[in-house]
Design a protein around this ligand. Structure first.
Ligand code: NOJ
Ligand code: CA
Length: 678
């Protein structure tokens, strides 16, 4: 892994501070005006992309043991003290990921500033071919402690750009996406993705390496000469402080802007990972991607319960059956939700116990059986967001899980965080980080539901494998559900931040097997009794490829897979891919993605409401080789509303010279496995 690091001249004699991407196509300039207001702007392909946008903070400083803080405005009054350029170019590998090998190549410009109140701020800009990021490194020599009262980072792009985002909310990401002209977005959580009106450029604003800071959302603060202007908003502590630091310095996460000429460039970008620290773990051999099933959908559809009663899902008997199914179907993992005591308190005190199984779940027997069958058990920790209760048990619970042989844990935070804390504030960010580090110390990999947003922490801690962090499959069990457009928006928004545990693959799309069951009880206030999955069956299969997760679930109850011909796709699918490429797509319309695992390729394509036919060149296949393509397609009469379960399975021999016609119904999709022909 080599790197060329070189410092060369500071800013040029006219005082311009400028840095270009290695390919020269993105140019970022920094300027300080006469009142010391510092701003950045970015050109892409010779046109203004990010308009001049200010940088700064409102701070409070504690010094000399004095109880009252001094308020300091860092919105102007800056003097530029230095401007240093460096560059990097190296290749790194990760134990798992969409791509196991990644090139990290950027030009850096570190602008040193001295500000009011004795503050020294370095703004470090890194410009890549696929976008840019910058972070603040703030120091106030001699301070006892620091408080960020507001971050004043501005973002400004063409107001008439089309955009896709969820509203800003410091407690949840499980919200519907909106497609709006950027100038009409009142506030948004990141990633916020947009496309210029002439469709020449795509961008997405997010953050990288959120380690000890609150999350950032965007709040619109007006329009200016055709530009939509946003300011960063930070999730507050209960007392209104945004971030607090003992000592005299801190670093923010990277503020990131991905840039592409096609929508799929954003999907194929590794900018977020490249702005994270290298792997902190010496040994990562224990971290393995896998497919899984679990006792889960029955609870969401209301025919089983998490708590121990006559409808209890996670009984020893059911668990053994799921292990048998996994072992027989080339599935490496199983999750059992509702295995532990505390579910009676869900929605109330949220006092779960993470080492006490319910009396009808013989954990030792289940673990022994799983071991014999070569299946991994994913432990489940629903915390109800009672962070203090979880932290009290954390060390012991992870030690116990490791001793029991559980090498994966799914966590959940369904509930409000006690003490008036926001789920996305600095307090919670520190908690999520502590869990990742504790899990790593016990060689346990994580699947986090109701998480703090993914910002690339997986590079540093690859045991942080997958997260929910958007409306997932569960919403289809007990609400109006996720419309087709949701599936074709996720890859261009939420998934730009990292893997998602959407848990696709429900085959009983209309919930026929649970809707009329005498066992079914409504448990969720949004349940109107008419829930269903709002796609075709073939689209659900394609989502296993499209919605990347190194822990990929087949989320239906196993009785809906037994004997189903289309389940062969999941048997053949490999969650441990080596290489991926998003081929084509537009946010909210469609996407096609290919992944390679060993010598097999998996193609997934999905469409929103409009039926669509794609011509997909197979030039990603190894040239000069023949492949047996097994194609899982929408039936000719399929339609997500009226005939979602019509599908076909066909086979053909193909090579890299061929073009595959991929025909998809409304709300449909197609999945293909390419096996090397022997
Ligand atoms: C919400 C999670 O997203 C879901 O997967 C889980 O089943 C429930 N919480 C209960 O823990
Ligand atoms: Ca959830």
């Amino acid at each position: 892994m080599l790197a060329a690091v070189m410092a060369f001249a500071a800013c040029n004699s006219s005082g311009d501070m400028s840095v270009a991407s290695p390919d020269g196509k993105i140019v970022l300039d920094v300027a300080a005006d006469s009142s010391g207001v510092v701003s950045y702007r970015a050109m892409a392909d010779g046109r203004q992309f990010a308009r001049p946008s200010g940088l700064g903070f409102d701070m409070e400083v504690f010094r000399n043991g004095v109880a009252e803080p001094e308020k300091v405005s860092l919105n102007g009054g800056f003097k530029v003290t230095s401007c240093r350029h460096t560059r990097q170019d190296y290749v790194w590998t990760q134990p798992w990921g969409e791509n196991k090998t990644i090139r990290c190549r950027y030009n850096e410009m570190a602008v040193g500033l001295s500000g009011n109140g004795g503050f020294l701020v370095t703004v470090r800009f890194r410009v890549f071919d696929d976008g840019f990021g910058f972070r603040y490194e703030v120091e106030c020599p001699g301070a006892d402690s620091l408080r960020v009262m507001a971050e004043k980072t501005m973002f400004s792009f063409d107001a008439d750009a089309d955009s896709w985002s969820i509203p800003a909310n410091f407690d949840t990401y499980e919200l519907d996406y909106r497609a709006l002209p950027l100038g009409e977005v009142p506030d948004a959580n990141t990633p916020v993705t947009f496309r210029t009106a002439d469709r020449a450029l795509y961008g997405s604003v997010h953050e990288a390496a959120l380690e000890d800071y609150p999350e950032m959302t965007l709040t619109a603060c007006g329009r200016n000469a055709g530009a939509a202007v946003f300011e960063s908003s930070l999730a507050p502590w209960p007392d209104g402080v945004k971030a607090r630091f003992a000592g005299s310095s801190f670093k923010t996460p990277w503020r990131t802007v991905q840039v592409g000429r096609r929508a799929v460039d954003l999907v194929n970008s590794a900018l977020i990972l490249n702005l994270n620290e290298p792997c902190a773990l010496e040994d990562t051999d224990w971290i393995k991607p896998m497919k899984y099933v679990g006792i889960w959908w029955g609870m969401h559809t209301g025919v089983q319960t998490w708590k121990m009663d006559e409808r209890h899902g996670a009984t020893t008997e059911n668990a053994l059956e799921y292990i048998d199914f996994a072992a027989a179907n080339n599935i490496q993992g199983v999750v059992f939700e509702g295995w532990n005591e505390g579910w009676e308190s869900w929605g109330g005190m949220q006092s779960f116990d993470f080492t006490k199984p319910y009396a009808d779940f013989d954990v030792a027997k289940v673990m022994e059986y799983a071991r014999e069958k070569g299946v991994s058990v994913i432990g489940h920790h629903e915390t109800g967001a009672n962070i203090p209760n979880y932290e009290r048990q954390l060390e012991y619970a992870y030690e116990w899980s490791q001793d029991m042989g559980m090498h994966y844990i799914k966590t959940g935070y369904a509930g409000g965080v006690p003490g008036g804390h926001k789920r996305h504030g600095q307090y919670a960010v520190r908690h999520y980080r502590k869990v990742v580090e504790t899990a790593a110390a016990h060689e346990i990999s994580l699947d986090v539901h109701e998480p703090i947003k993914e910002t690339g922490i997986r590079r540093t801690y690859p045991n942080m494998m997958t997260l929910e962090g958007a409306k997932g499959m569960e919403w289809n069990a007990w609400s109006a559900g996720n419309p087709p457009v949701h599936y074709v928006t996720l890859p261009f928004t939420r998934l730009l931040s990292g893997p998602m545990d959407y848990t696709p693959g429900v085959f009983d799309v209309l919930l026929e097997s649970t809707k009329h069951s005498p066992l079914r009880q409504k448990w969720n206030g949004l349940d109107r009794g008419d829930s269903r999955v709002n796609t075709t069956l073939a689209c659900q299969i394609a989502c296993w490829v499209v919605l990347y997760s190194p822990l990929q679930m087949a989320s239906d109850m196993i009785e809906n897979y037994e004997g189903h011909p289309a389940f062969q796709f999941f048997r053949d699918f490999d969650a441990d891919c080596d290489w991926s490429r998003a081929l084509d797509g537009e946010p909210g319309e469609f996407i096609s993605v290919v992944r390679r695992a060993g010598d097999r390729y998996f193609l997934g394509a999905i469409t929103g409401d409009s039926p669509r036919t794609l011509q997909v060149p197979l030039d990603f296949l190894e040239s000069g080789k023949e492949y047996r393509a097994v194609i899982y397609a929408d039936g000719p009469d399929a339609d997500w509303k009226t005939n979602p379960c019509s599908y076909t399975i066909s086979e053909m021999t193909v090579s890299s010279d061929d073009v595959l016609e991929v025909k998809m119904a409304s709300g449909g999709g197609q999945a293909v496995v390419f096996f090397p022909a022997c």
